[in-house]
Design a protein around this ligand. Structure first.
Ligand code: HEC
Length: 111
C-alpha cells in the first residue's frame, strides 16, 4: 500500500471509531430504584407501543408477565441500552434510559 492510501484508511478508521463511540454512549443509573408498576410501565407504554402491544407485529410488552422472557434472555438490555436500536425510529430521553438502567441493575422488579 502506498502512504496516501494508508493515511486515508487511518483517517477513516479514526472517524468511524469516534462516530460509533458517540452513538453508543454508555447509559448509567441515576441512583434511583424504580419499579415496573411505579415508573417503568409508563416508560414502556410511551416508547414501545403500539409496536409491542397485544396486537403488535412483534413481542408483546404490554404487561410485566409478557415482558419477562425478553428481560431474562438479555434482549431488552441489548436492544434498548447497548445497541440502542429500540425503540425503532425513536430516541428515548436520557432520563428514561437512566431509569431503565437502574431498574435492570436492581433486578427489574415488578413492585
Ligand atoms: C415502531 C415500532 C417499534 C417500536 C416503537 C419499538 N419496537 Fe422493538 N421491535 C420492533 C420490530 C418490528 C421488531 C422485530 C424486528 C427487529 O428486530 O428489528 C422489534 C424487536 C425488538 C426486540 C428483539 C426481540 C427479540 O426477541 O429478538 C426487542 C428486545 C425490542 N424490540 C424491544 C423494544 C422496546 C423495549 C421498545 C421500547 C423502548 C421497542 N422495542 C420499541 C418494532 C418496534
Amino acid at each position: 500500500m502506498n502512504i496516501k492510501i494508508k493515511l486515508i484508511v487511518a483517517t477513516l478508521s479514526i472517524g468511524l471509531f469516534v462516530v460509533s463511540c458517540k452513538k453508543k454512549d454508555k447509559v448509567t443509573c441515576d441512583g434511583s430504584n424504580p419499579k415496573y408498576n411505579t415508573e417503568i410501565k409508563s416508560i414502556i407504554n410511551n416508547n414501545c407501543m403500539p409496536c409491542h402491544g397485544p396486537g403488535g407485529s412483534d413481542n408483546n410488552y404490554s404487561t410485566y408477565q409478557t415482558l419477562l422472557p425478553t428481560l431474562n434472555n438479555g434482549r431488552f438490555e441489548k436492544e434498548v441500552l447497548t445497541k440502542k436500536s429500540m425503540p425503532q425510529n425513536k430516541t428515548m430521553s436520557n432520563a428514561d434510559l437512566s431509569k431503565v438502567r437502574c431498574w435492570l441493575d436492581n433486578g427489574h422488579l415488578e413492585n
